[in-house]
Design a protein around this ligand. Sequence first.
Ligand code: PAF
Length: 279
Amino acid sequence: MRTIRSIRGLQAWRRKHENQQIGFVPTMGALHEGHLSLIRQARKHCSMVIVSIFVNPLQFGPAEDLGRYPRNLKADQQLCREAGVDLLFVPSGEEFYPQNFQTTVRVNRLSEHWEGEARPTHFEGVTTAVTKLLCLVRPNQAYFGQKDYQQLLVIKQLVKDLNIDTKIVRCPIVRESDGLALSSRNCYLSEIQRRQAACLSVALRQGVKSIQLGKRQVSLIQREMKKMLSQSKEIAIEYLAVCEAQSLKPLTVAKGSMVLLAAVRLGHVRLIDNMLVKV
Ligand code: PAF
């Protein structure tokens, strides 16, 4: 496996592999089983796999965790090597966003609610970085986890609107045995918080089950989910919504293809999760 740090190096590598079917997994590093499942999918469908590691400063708000975001390149390289990655692209911040960088990419409506409301500059940062990465890597397929469901929809919209010739593949959430969705930020949780964090997926599962059993009134479904979450004293709910799965518009009556979206805080740690359900 090669590690390339420069943009010119990546472009030269890509020109040499013009005829390959390229699968791309963009990440911010601190790789875990969730990322590895994306890499495995890419490995299965494509002849070569590129992973990028870039802790993208543009997608962090001023009060967020950019400075302490977990970074461990050596361990990430080892995991990528073992997973059969062909190329690891690790650009520096200075080269990715040189002085006088002026262009950003914004997906309007889909970025505005939920995560967009809680983190107003977040999606513009994500879509700017992802657009640049897709232009550089020119993958046939790019793999994103359902864990960041809104991000996935925003990126699908971006690729459609800008006619980028890459298929965006949604990969299922990987969970711990108690249901907690894997995330690089789970390492911020204390032991007690970690135990309480399992409530989030339990609440979402309860919501899905209620809908599957025929409940349709969203306010009642939300009340049940809140009750589950209130079992943990430390959990503060940011949002807990039943939405139309493609537009992310909140529903008052459960119908069609839906996504249950949740964001909570456990002390200073913010967790998001979601589950899809159809009636
Ligand atoms: O999901 C992530 O890790 C990041 O948002 C991404 C897609 C790599 C863009 O920086």
